[in-house]
Write a protein that binds this ligand. Structure first.
Ligand code: ATP
Ligand code: MG
Length: 378
């Protein structure tokens, strides 16, 4: 756990970079320091492992004042991926990764093996890159090596300063996903700096939004979007915050589970009755083992001489998985021009149904801010 108490930094030239910040980061949390350029993110981060001396206030790491901790120990126990990458130009990729103090004590073979493992983890082929020098890598690759190096000693705490900043949006998205997967397993306590709101809400369990050295709002990404504290936060998160918050909610959290469905071999008359009884205009159709195969609509049954469900079955319809973000589910609805989509498990089994009303309802619930609703809640 990391705790900042009244932390202030005034640089020798008089620049007030950080002003009286209180921040408490729990174990296993990924806390994003977010804010415009020059607001004091890097300075705040570097005071945690004492790369920059604190002017006022205290920082506790697992309850101990970091001023009382041995500087070398502090750096060893806290992984650090810096904004300017900071690879040693005269060392190969493998050697750079193995400079982590912890790995230095390992025998050479072991350290190399760990370096290869870490390269693999960040999506770079070890065979191809181990022996290269930083100058022979692209900016994004250099940055990934920096991330690999910070993971090297398997530290309980990691400080990451814009670790994916120099990487193209597609690779970046992939690396973010991979990193989140890794984090779900390793559960490090991470302080992650970015000035990108989308990266912040995707990566963070908590977001600390800063402005001019001050902490403006510290909350979960969902709360930051739904309950911005003031106009600065509102502007910073952007006018599309409704759409952004839809990225944070998954289909399974908004769907109706176990929707009414009929088997493809059901008797048509019976299905008609059932739809009237349930007062529904459409029904999901399944095959054996609850496999979704399509849906039927009531007017198809009413207006046609229909002998079997298969005759009016609408196949090839869009679906989403339980983990699909609501923003993507909405895209599917708009593309398919439907107001309901089936939610299917990986094997195609029908898990639930998501309707446009469900989307509206969830988004409406998210927006409890007084007078600042999303405008789409009903
Ligand atoms: N060594 C220094 N001496 C004097 N002022 C500094 C020093 N380092 C940073 N600053 C100033 O402190 C403020 C905060 O800088 P910091 O690097 O923490 O910002 P940041 O939020 O990380 O910005 P960016 O997103 O651009 O990296 C800025 O006004 C910067 O100019
Ligand atoms: Mg910075």
């Amino acid at each position: 756990m990391i705790e900042l108490e009244g932390v202030t930094k005034v640089y020798p030239d008089g620049t007030e970079a950080v002003d009286d910040i209180d921040l408490s980061i729990s174990e296993g949390e990924l806390c994003v320091l977010l804010g415009p350029s020059g607001c004091g993110k890097t300075t705040t981060m570097k005071m945690i492992n004492r790369l920059i001396p604190i002017s006022e206030g205290r920082i506790f790491i697992d309850g101990t004042d970091n001023q009382e901790l041995d500087e070398n120990e502090l750096r060893r126990d806290i992984g650090y991926a810096i904004q300017e990458i900071g690879l040693f130009p005269h060392m190969t990729v493998a050697e750079n990764i193995a400079t982590v103090p912890h790995l230095k004590c390992w025998d050479k073979g072991e350290a190399r093996e760990r370096a290869a493992e870490l390269l693999d983890l960040i999506g770079m082929d070890p065979e191809e890159h181990m022996e290269k020098y930083p100058a022979e890598l692209s900016g994004g690759q250099r940055q990934r090596v920096g991330v690999a190096r910070s993971l090297g000693a398997d530290p309980p705490i990691m400080l990451m300063d814009e670790p994916f900043g120099a990487i193209d949006p597609i690779t970046r998205d992939r690396l973010q996903d991979e990193f989140l997967k890794i984090q779900a397993e390793i559960q490090k306590t991470i302080v992650f700096v970015t000035h990108d709101i989308n990266e912040a809400i995707k990566m963070g369990t908590k977001v600390a939004l800063m402005k001019d050295g001050k902490l403006v709002q510290y909350s979960s990404p969902a709360e930051l979007l739904s309950q911005p504290k003031n106009q600065f936060v509102r502007n910073f998160v952007g006018t599309d915050r409704t759409l952004k918050s839809m990225r944070l909610i998954q289909a399974k959290d908004a769907m109706k589970p176990c929707p009414i469905s009929v088997h493809r071999d059901s008797d048509v008359e019976h299905v008609r009755e059932r739809m009237k009884e349930e007062e529904v205009e459409y029904l999901m159709v399944t095959d054996k083992d609850n496999q979704f195969i399509g849906w039927i609509e009531i007017w198809d049954l009413e207006t046609n001489e229909v002998d079997s469900i298969s005759e009016v079955l609408r196949e090839d319809v869009g679906s989403v998985s339980p983990e699909t973000p609501l923003s993507d589910a909405l895209s599917v609805m708009l593309e398919e021009d439907v107001a309901n989509i089936p939610v299917l498990q990986e094997g195609g089994e029908l898990e639930g149904i998501l309707t446009f009303n469900d989307l509206q309802k969830v988004i409406g619930e998210t927006y409890t801010e007084k007078g600042g609703g999303s405008g789409i809640s009903s």
